[in-house]
Design a protein around this ligand. Sequence first.
Ligand code: C2G
Length: 147
Amino acid sequence: YKTTTPLLPFCQTLKSSFMKKVITYGTFDLLHHGHIRLLERARALGDHLTVAVSTDEFNLGKGKVCTYTYSERAHILEAIRYVDEVIPETNWEQKITDVKEREIDVFVIGDDWEGKFDFLKEHCEVVYLPRTAGISTTQIKSSLSES
Ligand code: C2G
């Protein structure tokens, strides 16, 4: 028999209510294995990973001038198996709204930010992961400029 109410949306709603959703924020310029290890570990904390990528304008506020534009950085992140969704990070205030509206269970970021986002603890788990030593976008830029 043909069901009148399509099952797919129901299954998606059901799935989304049981999925453990993770979010992280960052610039992710000149993507390197430190970023990939962060994304891999973040994704492993749940069933779905959203990455909020800093826009070019927001990066200027962080004192960062990116090599890749926002759309290039977003496109690269969308190609990573650990990333399920990419959204823009446009300001410092959006995290609580993002966590609430997207029903996020875990906020993850590298421990260079240790303690900086503890205000999110009343809304979700907050996990600071050890950074990968010996690699950074800044180091990549300087080694390229020396060569
Ligand atoms: N990272 C890492 N190991 C590295 C370099 C980066 O684990 N060697 C992590 C950072 O800790 C961060 C993520 O990779 O969790 C992205 O790093 P950046 O692009 O430098 O992000 P950042 O400028 O710290 O932006 O609102 C939060 C900010 O947007 C974070």
